[in-house]
Design a protein around this ligand. Structure first.
Ligand code: FAD
Ligand code: NA
Length: 386
Protein backbone atom coordinates (compact mmCIF):
# COMPACT_ATOMS: atom_id res chain seq x y z
CA UNK A 1 0.00 0.00 0.00
CA UNK A 2 1.09 3.60 -0.26
CA UNK A 3 0.39 4.39 3.39
CA UNK A 4 3.25 6.06 5.32
CA UNK A 5 4.63 4.34 8.43
CA UNK A 6 3.07 7.07 10.60
CA UNK A 7 0.39 9.76 10.20
CA UNK A 8 0.68 12.83 12.43
CA UNK A 9 -2.39 15.05 12.81
CA UNK A 10 -1.23 18.57 13.69
CA UNK A 11 1.99 20.34 12.67
CA UNK A 12 2.51 21.98 16.09
CA UNK A 13 5.60 21.34 18.20
CA UNK A 14 4.25 18.02 19.50
CA UNK A 15 3.53 16.67 16.03
CA UNK A 16 6.73 18.03 14.49
CA UNK A 17 8.89 16.52 17.25
CA UNK A 18 7.29 13.08 16.89
CA UNK A 19 7.60 13.26 13.09
CA UNK A 20 11.27 14.27 13.31
CA UNK A 21 12.03 11.39 15.69
CA UNK A 22 10.22 8.87 13.48
CA UNK A 23 12.06 10.01 10.34
CA UNK A 24 15.40 9.93 12.14
CA UNK A 25 14.65 6.30 12.99
CA UNK A 26 14.02 5.47 9.34
CA UNK A 27 10.25 5.80 9.09
CA UNK A 28 8.12 7.67 6.57
CA UNK A 29 5.71 10.22 7.99
CA UNK A 30 2.73 12.12 6.65
CA UNK A 31 1.82 15.24 8.66
CA UNK A 32 -1.53 16.92 8.07
CA UNK A 33 -2.76 20.22 9.46
CA UNK A 34 -6.05 22.02 8.99
CA UNK A 35 -4.22 25.36 9.00
CA UNK A 36 -2.39 26.73 5.96
CA UNK A 37 0.99 26.73 7.76
CA UNK A 38 3.12 24.53 10.02
CA UNK A 39 4.09 25.37 13.59
CA UNK A 40 0.76 25.30 15.40
CA UNK A 41 0.48 28.12 17.89
CA UNK A 42 4.21 28.79 17.83
CA UNK A 43 3.99 29.90 14.17
CA UNK A 44 5.25 33.40 13.32
CA UNK A 45 5.74 35.52 10.19
CA UNK A 46 7.72 38.61 9.27
CA UNK A 47 5.70 41.81 8.87
CA UNK A 48 6.68 43.60 5.65
CA UNK A 49 6.06 47.16 6.82
CA UNK A 50 7.99 47.06 10.10
CA UNK A 51 10.27 44.02 9.80
CA UNK A 52 8.83 42.70 13.08
CA UNK A 53 8.41 38.96 13.65
CA UNK A 54 4.73 38.62 14.54
CA UNK A 55 3.76 35.66 16.70
CA UNK A 56 0.35 35.07 15.14
CA UNK A 57 -1.15 33.17 18.09
CA UNK A 58 0.29 35.30 20.90
CA UNK A 59 3.78 36.11 22.19
CA UNK A 60 6.02 33.02 22.52
CA UNK A 61 9.14 33.07 24.71
CA UNK A 62 11.32 29.99 24.82
CA UNK A 63 12.80 28.94 28.16
CA UNK A 64 13.75 25.59 29.72
CA UNK A 65 15.84 23.92 32.39
CA UNK A 66 15.57 20.53 30.66
CA UNK A 67 18.96 19.57 29.18
CA UNK A 68 17.52 17.01 26.77
CA UNK A 69 15.05 19.60 25.38
CA UNK A 70 17.69 22.34 25.16
CA UNK A 71 20.13 20.06 23.28
CA UNK A 72 17.30 18.91 21.02
CA UNK A 73 16.06 22.37 20.01
CA UNK A 74 19.62 23.57 19.41
CA UNK A 75 19.94 21.01 16.61
CA UNK A 76 17.49 23.12 14.59
CA UNK A 77 18.08 26.71 15.61
CA UNK A 78 20.38 29.06 17.45
CA UNK A 79 18.83 31.26 20.12
CA UNK A 80 19.27 34.99 20.73
CA UNK A 81 20.24 36.23 24.19
CA UNK A 82 16.76 37.70 24.78
CA UNK A 83 15.71 37.82 28.43
CA UNK A 84 12.03 38.32 29.17
CA UNK A 85 10.95 41.38 31.18
CA UNK A 86 7.44 42.74 31.59
CA UNK A 87 6.15 46.16 32.65
CA UNK A 88 2.70 47.21 33.82
CA UNK A 89 0.77 50.45 33.43
CA UNK A 90 -1.30 51.34 36.52
CA UNK A 91 -3.05 54.69 37.04
CA UNK A 92 -0.72 56.57 34.73
CA UNK A 93 2.53 55.07 35.97
CA UNK A 94 4.70 52.26 34.64
CA UNK A 95 5.93 49.61 37.10
CA UNK A 96 8.29 46.65 36.71
CA UNK A 97 6.76 43.16 36.87
CA UNK A 98 6.57 40.63 38.43
CA UNK A 99 6.02 42.47 41.72
CA UNK A 100 9.47 43.16 43.15
CA UNK A 101 11.15 45.65 45.44
CA UNK A 102 11.17 48.23 42.62
CA UNK A 103 7.39 47.83 42.19
CA UNK A 104 6.81 48.06 45.95
CA UNK A 105 8.98 51.13 46.54
CA UNK A 106 7.48 52.95 43.55
CA UNK A 107 3.94 52.07 44.65
CA UNK A 108 4.42 53.16 48.27
CA UNK A 109 6.80 56.06 47.38
CA UNK A 110 9.27 54.47 49.75
CA UNK A 111 12.82 53.24 50.06
CA UNK A 112 12.17 50.01 51.97
CA UNK A 113 14.94 47.50 52.40
CA UNK A 114 14.13 43.88 51.48
CA UNK A 115 13.39 43.06 55.15
CA UNK A 116 11.19 46.14 55.65
CA UNK A 117 9.20 45.42 52.48
CA UNK A 118 8.73 41.80 53.51
CA UNK A 119 7.44 42.84 56.95
CA UNK A 120 5.04 45.34 55.37
CA UNK A 121 3.58 42.80 52.93
CA UNK A 122 3.20 40.22 55.71
CA UNK A 123 1.35 42.76 57.82
CA UNK A 124 -0.96 43.70 54.92
CA UNK A 125 -1.60 40.05 54.04
CA UNK A 126 -2.54 39.53 57.70
CA UNK A 127 -5.89 41.19 57.02
CA UNK A 128 -7.32 37.75 56.19
CA UNK A 129 -4.85 35.61 58.17
CA UNK A 130 -6.24 32.32 59.44
CA UNK A 131 -9.23 32.36 57.07
CA UNK A 132 -9.74 29.84 54.28
CA UNK A 133 -10.49 31.95 51.21
CA UNK A 134 -13.20 30.58 48.90
CA UNK A 135 -12.86 33.19 46.15
CA UNK A 136 -9.89 34.56 44.25
CA UNK A 137 -10.26 38.04 45.71
CA UNK A 138 -9.79 36.86 49.30
CA UNK A 139 -7.00 34.51 48.22
CA UNK A 140 -5.13 37.37 46.53
CA UNK A 141 -5.43 39.60 49.60
CA UNK A 142 -4.22 36.75 51.81
CA UNK A 143 -1.18 36.17 49.60
CA UNK A 144 0.15 39.73 49.11
CA UNK A 145 -2.14 42.12 51.00
CA UNK A 146 -4.93 44.28 49.68
CA UNK A 147 -3.00 47.30 48.26
CA UNK A 148 -0.73 45.38 45.86
CA UNK A 149 -3.40 42.80 45.04
CA UNK A 150 -5.98 45.43 44.12
CA UNK A 151 -3.49 47.46 42.06
CA UNK A 152 -1.73 44.75 40.06
CA UNK A 153 -3.67 41.48 40.19
CA UNK A 154 -7.39 42.02 40.71
CA UNK A 155 -8.41 43.78 37.50
CA UNK A 156 -5.87 42.02 35.30
CA UNK A 157 -7.16 38.63 36.43
CA UNK A 158 -10.75 39.86 36.13
CA UNK A 159 -10.07 40.81 32.49
CA UNK A 160 -8.38 37.46 31.77
CA UNK A 161 -11.45 35.59 33.02
CA UNK A 162 -14.06 38.22 32.16
CA UNK A 163 -15.36 37.63 35.67
CA UNK A 164 -15.22 39.60 38.93
CA UNK A 165 -12.48 37.89 41.01
CA UNK A 166 -14.93 37.74 43.93
CA UNK A 167 -16.88 35.27 41.76
CA UNK A 168 -13.81 33.22 40.71
CA UNK A 169 -12.63 30.12 42.61
CA UNK A 170 -9.67 30.69 44.94
CA UNK A 171 -7.59 27.90 43.40
CA UNK A 172 -6.99 29.76 40.10
CA UNK A 173 -4.08 31.38 41.95
CA UNK A 174 -1.81 29.05 43.88
CA UNK A 175 0.82 31.63 44.73
CA UNK A 176 1.68 35.23 43.89
CA UNK A 177 5.43 35.47 43.95
CA UNK A 178 6.83 38.73 45.30
CA UNK A 179 10.55 39.37 44.91
CA UNK A 180 12.22 41.29 47.71
CA UNK A 181 15.02 42.54 45.48
CA UNK A 182 15.15 44.48 42.18
CA UNK A 183 15.38 41.44 39.90
CA UNK A 184 12.70 41.70 37.21
CA UNK A 185 14.09 39.02 34.86
CA UNK A 186 10.87 37.08 34.32
CA UNK A 187 11.97 33.45 33.90
CA UNK A 188 14.15 31.46 36.29
CA UNK A 189 15.11 28.72 33.82
CA UNK A 190 18.68 27.69 32.95
CA UNK A 191 18.26 28.52 29.25
CA UNK A 192 16.23 31.20 27.51
CA UNK A 193 16.13 32.95 24.13
CA UNK A 194 14.27 33.45 20.88
CA UNK A 195 15.00 31.46 17.70
CA UNK A 196 17.56 33.48 15.76
CA UNK A 197 15.85 33.25 12.36
CA UNK A 198 12.33 33.11 13.78
CA UNK A 199 10.01 30.37 14.98
CA UNK A 200 8.91 29.17 11.57
CA UNK A 201 12.47 28.74 10.23
CA UNK A 202 13.26 26.64 13.33
CA UNK A 203 10.26 24.41 12.82
CA UNK A 204 10.82 24.04 9.05
CA UNK A 205 14.29 22.63 9.81
CA UNK A 206 12.71 20.00 12.07
CA UNK A 207 10.94 18.45 9.08
CA UNK A 208 13.57 18.98 6.37
CA UNK A 209 13.98 15.18 6.15
CA UNK A 210 12.67 13.86 2.80
CA UNK A 211 10.93 11.00 4.66
CA UNK A 212 8.51 13.61 6.06
CA UNK A 213 5.71 14.91 3.86
CA UNK A 214 3.34 17.69 4.96
CA UNK A 215 -0.19 18.31 3.71
CA UNK A 216 -1.67 21.64 4.84
CA UNK A 217 -5.23 23.06 4.85
CA UNK A 218 -6.51 19.52 5.41
CA UNK A 219 -8.95 18.52 8.15
CA UNK A 220 -8.56 15.01 9.62
CA UNK A 221 -12.36 14.81 9.95
CA UNK A 222 -13.08 15.73 6.32
CA UNK A 223 -13.92 12.40 4.66
CA UNK A 224 -13.74 13.96 1.19
CA UNK A 225 -9.93 13.90 1.43
CA UNK A 226 -7.89 10.68 1.79
CA UNK A 227 -6.02 11.48 5.05
CA UNK A 228 -9.10 11.26 7.24
CA UNK A 229 -9.91 9.52 10.50
CA UNK A 230 -12.26 6.93 9.05
CA UNK A 231 -9.81 5.93 6.31
CA UNK A 232 -6.72 5.76 8.54
CA UNK A 233 -7.48 4.75 12.12
CA UNK A 234 -6.76 1.05 12.63
CA UNK A 235 -4.80 0.82 9.36
CA UNK A 236 -1.74 2.92 10.23
CA UNK A 237 -0.32 4.35 13.50
CA UNK A 238 -1.69 7.86 14.09
CA UNK A 239 -0.50 10.62 16.41
CA UNK A 240 -3.43 12.95 17.01
CA UNK A 241 -2.79 16.45 18.46
CA UNK A 242 -6.17 18.08 17.77
CA UNK A 243 -8.88 18.54 20.43
CA UNK A 244 -9.68 15.24 22.18
CA UNK A 245 -13.41 16.06 22.51
CA UNK A 246 -13.63 16.84 18.78
CA UNK A 247 -12.04 13.47 17.91
CA UNK A 248 -15.05 11.83 19.56
CA UNK A 249 -17.50 14.29 17.95
CA UNK A 250 -18.08 15.96 21.37
CA UNK A 251 -20.22 12.98 22.34
CA UNK A 252 -19.63 13.41 26.10
CA UNK A 253 -19.77 17.24 25.96
CA UNK A 254 -17.34 20.12 25.29
CA UNK A 255 -14.13 20.74 27.24
CA UNK A 256 -13.95 24.46 28.08
CA UNK A 257 -11.18 26.81 26.92
CA UNK A 258 -10.33 30.49 27.00
CA UNK A 259 -9.22 32.25 23.83
CA UNK A 260 -7.57 35.60 23.05
CA UNK A 261 -8.59 38.10 20.36
CA UNK A 262 -5.85 40.31 18.97
CA UNK A 263 -6.32 43.90 17.83
CA UNK A 264 -3.50 45.28 15.71
CA UNK A 265 -2.35 48.89 15.93
CA UNK A 266 0.36 50.57 13.86
CA UNK A 267 2.27 53.65 14.98
CA UNK A 268 4.47 56.01 12.94
CA UNK A 269 7.37 55.76 15.35
CA UNK A 270 10.33 53.49 15.96
CA UNK A 271 9.38 52.33 19.44
CA UNK A 272 5.98 52.82 21.10
CA UNK A 273 6.37 51.22 24.55
CA UNK A 274 10.13 50.81 24.87
CA UNK A 275 9.62 47.14 25.84
CA UNK A 276 8.06 44.05 24.24
CA UNK A 277 5.22 43.45 26.74
CA UNK A 278 3.16 46.10 28.55
CA UNK A 279 0.45 44.84 30.90
CA UNK A 280 -2.56 47.08 31.52
CA UNK A 281 -3.69 46.21 35.02
CA UNK A 282 -6.59 48.68 35.46
CA UNK A 283 -10.26 47.98 34.75
CA UNK A 284 -10.77 50.97 32.43
CA UNK A 285 -8.47 49.52 29.71
CA UNK A 286 -10.35 46.62 28.10
CA UNK A 287 -7.30 44.63 26.99
CA UNK A 288 -4.97 42.74 29.33
CA UNK A 289 -1.68 43.53 27.65
CA UNK A 290 -0.05 44.81 24.47
CA UNK A 291 2.81 43.19 22.56
CA UNK A 292 5.30 45.30 20.55
CA UNK A 293 6.95 42.63 18.42
CA UNK A 294 9.96 44.63 17.19
CA UNK A 295 11.20 44.78 20.77
CA UNK A 296 11.59 41.01 21.05
CA UNK A 297 14.45 41.25 18.54
CA UNK A 298 16.63 44.29 19.21
CA UNK A 299 19.47 42.41 17.43
CA UNK A 300 17.48 42.86 14.19
CA UNK A 301 17.22 46.67 14.54
CA UNK A 302 19.24 47.21 11.34
CA UNK A 303 16.69 45.20 9.36
CA UNK A 304 13.63 46.84 10.93
CA UNK A 305 11.85 50.01 9.78
CA UNK A 306 12.77 52.88 12.16
CA UNK A 307 9.61 54.85 11.22
CA UNK A 308 6.96 52.22 12.00
CA UNK A 309 6.04 49.81 14.73
CA UNK A 310 3.24 47.28 15.18
CA UNK A 311 1.44 46.47 18.44
CA UNK A 312 -1.11 43.76 19.21
CA UNK A 313 -3.56 44.28 22.07
CA UNK A 314 -4.88 41.10 23.72
CA UNK A 315 -8.52 40.66 24.70
CA UNK A 316 -9.33 37.50 26.64
CA UNK A 317 -12.67 35.63 26.57
CA UNK A 318 -14.15 32.15 26.78
CA UNK A 319 -13.90 30.11 23.57
CA UNK A 320 -16.67 28.54 21.52
CA UNK A 321 -16.14 25.52 19.23
CA UNK A 322 -15.10 27.75 16.31
CA UNK A 323 -12.59 29.84 18.30
CA UNK A 324 -8.91 29.03 18.80
CA UNK A 325 -8.69 27.13 22.13
CA UNK A 326 -5.76 28.67 24.10
CA UNK A 327 -5.97 28.02 27.83
CA UNK A 328 -7.85 25.06 29.36
CA UNK A 329 -10.32 26.36 31.95
CA UNK A 330 -9.98 23.14 33.96
CA UNK A 331 -12.90 23.33 36.37
CA UNK A 332 -13.62 20.18 38.39
CA UNK A 333 -16.26 19.30 35.76
CA UNK A 334 -13.75 19.78 32.92
CA UNK A 335 -11.22 17.56 34.68
CA UNK A 336 -13.80 14.82 35.15
CA UNK A 337 -14.94 15.09 31.52
CA UNK A 338 -11.34 14.88 30.30
CA UNK A 339 -10.81 11.67 32.28
CA UNK A 340 -13.79 10.15 30.44
CA UNK A 341 -12.41 11.19 27.04
CA UNK A 342 -8.98 9.88 28.07
CA UNK A 343 -10.53 6.48 28.75
CA UNK A 344 -12.07 6.47 25.26
CA UNK A 345 -8.76 7.61 23.74
CA UNK A 346 -6.94 4.68 25.37
CA UNK A 347 -9.16 2.27 23.40
CA UNK A 348 -8.45 3.78 19.96
CA UNK A 349 -6.35 1.29 17.96
CA UNK A 350 -2.79 2.55 17.28
CA UNK A 351 -3.73 6.18 18.02
CA UNK A 352 -1.53 8.21 20.39
CA UNK A 353 -3.14 11.40 21.71
CA UNK A 354 -0.67 14.17 22.49
CA UNK A 355 -0.02 17.88 22.82
CA UNK A 356 -2.10 20.50 24.57
CA UNK A 357 -5.34 19.86 22.66
CA UNK A 358 -5.06 16.07 22.63
CA UNK A 359 -4.52 15.91 26.41
CA UNK A 360 -6.44 19.04 27.51
CA UNK A 361 -3.44 20.62 29.26
CA UNK A 362 -1.56 23.89 29.19
CA UNK A 363 1.99 23.16 28.09
CA UNK A 364 4.80 25.57 27.38
CA UNK A 365 6.87 24.77 24.29
CA UNK A 366 9.68 23.07 26.22
CA UNK A 367 7.13 20.92 28.05
CA UNK A 368 5.36 19.88 24.87
CA UNK A 369 8.68 18.98 23.21
CA UNK A 370 9.69 16.95 26.27
CA UNK A 371 6.33 15.21 26.28
CA UNK A 372 6.66 14.44 22.54
CA UNK A 373 10.18 13.01 22.93
CA UNK A 374 8.90 10.75 25.72
CA UNK A 375 5.78 9.79 23.76
CA UNK A 376 7.99 8.79 20.81
CA UNK A 377 10.23 6.64 23.04
CA UNK A 378 7.44 4.92 24.97
CA UNK A 379 4.35 4.87 22.77
CA UNK A 380 4.92 5.81 19.12
CA UNK A 381 8.29 4.16 18.40
CA UNK A 382 7.09 0.71 19.57
CA UNK A 383 4.13 0.93 17.15
CA UNK A 384 6.50 1.51 14.24
CA UNK A 385 8.73 -1.56 14.57
CA UNK A 386 8.67 -3.23 11.17
P1 FAD B 1 -0.58 23.31 18.72
O1 FAD B 1 0.55 24.22 18.53
O2 FAD B 1 -1.91 23.89 19.02
O3 FAD B 1 -0.71 22.40 17.41
C1 FAD B 1 -1.84 21.58 17.16
C2 FAD B 1 -2.08 21.59 15.66
O4 FAD B 1 -3.11 20.65 15.36
C3 FAD B 1 -2.55 22.94 15.14
O5 FAD B 1 -1.67 23.42 14.16
C4 FAD B 1 -3.94 22.64 14.60
O6 FAD B 1 -4.26 23.39 13.44
C5 FAD B 1 -3.85 21.16 14.29
N1 FAD B 1 -5.16 20.52 14.23
C6 FAD B 1 -6.15 20.59 15.16
N2 FAD B 1 -7.24 19.91 14.72
C7 FAD B 1 -6.93 19.40 13.51
C8 FAD B 1 -7.65 18.63 12.57
N3 FAD B 1 -8.92 18.25 12.78
N4 FAD B 1 -7.05 18.27 11.41
C9 FAD B 1 -5.77 18.66 11.16
N5 FAD B 1 -5.04 19.40 12.03
C10 FAD B 1 -5.61 19.77 13.19
N6 FAD B 1 4.87 28.38 25.29
C11 FAD B 1 6.09 28.81 25.73
O7 FAD B 1 6.99 27.99 25.92
N7 FAD B 1 6.33 30.13 25.91
C12 FAD B 1 5.38 31.08 25.69
O8 FAD B 1 5.65 32.28 25.87
C13 FAD B 1 4.09 30.67 25.25
N8 FAD B 1 3.12 31.58 25.02
C14 FAD B 1 1.89 31.14 24.60
C15 FAD B 1 0.90 32.10 24.38
C16 FAD B 1 -0.35 31.70 23.94
C17 FAD B 1 -1.42 32.73 23.69
C18 FAD B 1 -0.62 30.32 23.75
C19 FAD B 1 -1.97 29.87 23.31
C20 FAD B 1 0.37 29.39 23.98
C21 FAD B 1 1.63 29.79 24.41
N9 FAD B 1 2.65 28.86 24.63
C22 FAD B 1 3.88 29.28 25.05
C23 FAD B 1 2.40 27.41 24.48
C24 FAD B 1 2.74 26.84 23.10
O9 FAD B 1 1.95 27.46 22.12
C25 FAD B 1 2.44 25.33 23.12
O10 FAD B 1 3.29 24.69 24.03
C26 FAD B 1 2.62 24.60 21.79
O11 FAD B 1 2.17 25.36 20.71
C27 FAD B 1 1.86 23.33 21.85
O12 FAD B 1 2.09 22.55 20.70
P2 FAD B 1 1.03 21.44 20.28
O13 FAD B 1 1.64 20.74 19.13
O14 FAD B 1 0.60 20.66 21.46
O15 FAD B 1 -0.30 22.26 19.88
NA1 NA C 1 10.23 17.25 4.26
Amino acid sequence: SNLPDLVVVGAGLFGLTVAQQAAENGHTVEIIDVRSHIGGNAYSYFDKETGAEIHQYGAHLFHTSNKRVWDYVNRFTEFTDYQHRVYATHEGEVYPMPINLGTINQFFHAHYTPAEAKALIEQQAGELAGTDPTNLNDKGIQLIGRPLYEAFIKNYTGKQWQTDPAELPADIIKRLPVRFNYDNHYFKDTWEGLPKDGYTAWMERMIADPKIHVTLSTDFFDESQPLNKKALVGRVPVVYTGPVDKYFDYKLGDLKWRTVDFKERRYDEDDHFGCPVMNFVDADVPYTRAIEFKNFNPERRERQNPDKTVVWEEYSRSAGRDDEPYYPINTADDKQLYQQYKALAAKEPQVVFGGRLGTYAYYDMHQVINSALNAYDKQVGPLLVK
